[in-house]
Write a protein that binds this ligand. Sequence first.
Ligand SMILES: *[C@@H]1O[C@H](CO)[C@@H](O)[C@H](O)[C@H]1NC(C)=O
Ligand SMILES: *[C@@H]1O[C@H](CO)[C@@H](O)[C@H](O)[C@H]1NC(C)=O
Ligand SMILES: *[C@@H]1O[C@H](CO)[C@@H](O)[C@H](O)[C@H]1NC(C)=O
Length: 241
Amino acid sequence: MKINLQNLPFTLKPFILSLFLSLSLLTFLSLQTPRHTKPTILPPDLKIRPGYSSYNAYINLQLNKTLNPKLRKIWTTRDWTRKVQVFSKFFENLKLRGFLNNHSKALCVGARVGQEVEALKRVGVNDSVGIDLVPYPPLVIKGDFHYQPFDDRSFDFEFSNVFDHALYPLKFVGEIERTLKPGGICVLHVSLSGRTDKYSANDLYSIGPLKELFKVSELVEVRQIDGFGLDTEVVFRKKKK
Ligand SMILES: *[C@@H]1O[C@H](CO)[C@@H](O)[C@H](O)[C@H]1NC(C)=O
Ligand SMILES: *[C@@H]1O[C@H](CO)[C@@H](O)[C@H](O)[C@H]1NC(C)=O
Ligand SMILES: *[C@@H]1O[C@H](CO)[C@@H](O)[C@H](O)[C@H]1NC(C)=O
């Protein structure tokens, strides 16, 4: 059908013109606001701490904490029993909720001396290992959580309580999603109330940013916890497809 503007009645012209203008405006707006893509910039409830001149500078600061002999002594002696007990309770609870079982292949991300790995083994999840910048054999092997030393789809379950140490949260989460099997579970313990540590590399104020960072997983549970200064447990499940 051909519309010839010249032949239309005089009164219809403004109507056609405004229809044309609104359609152009709608087209313009729909191009401006992509509806199905997630934002690629970090959401405002997640702030990266400034001040790292390079990735090496960041790694060196992290190493400074991890290698601190006084802290290592405390982690492996005074802290050990209490932390293993508390982690065991967390993992028993996750088992009851169906997120973990004795046959799960489990990874603890940023495990330091591996108290959580020990806890997993105690509750019967024998095939468990941790990674950190400094190894603590046999529980923890060397690995940077921004570049996990594992193949895609290696684990059924991953746990971390060091999200605040990630300089690149998108990479931290991306690596977890890469190495989880489809249907695999990721449990994060985070602080939403500004736990401050000079070694933290980011500050998280709500779980909103986590929902954006996990691209191929769904949020399954959020609950309040009392976990060594961390207040929130978040559970994601990697999608099957
Ligand atoms: C950590 O930093 C402190 C103070 O800047 C320094 O004295 C110490 O040698 C560093 N430790 C390590 C293990 O790098
Ligand atoms: C899992 O392992 C624990 C510890 O070895 C054991 O007590 C428990 O019965 C096991 N659970 C199942 C379902 O086999
Ligand atoms: C885990 O290790 C314990 C102790 O070595 C053993 O009794 C248990 O059968 C093992 N469980 C599995 C699922 O392999």
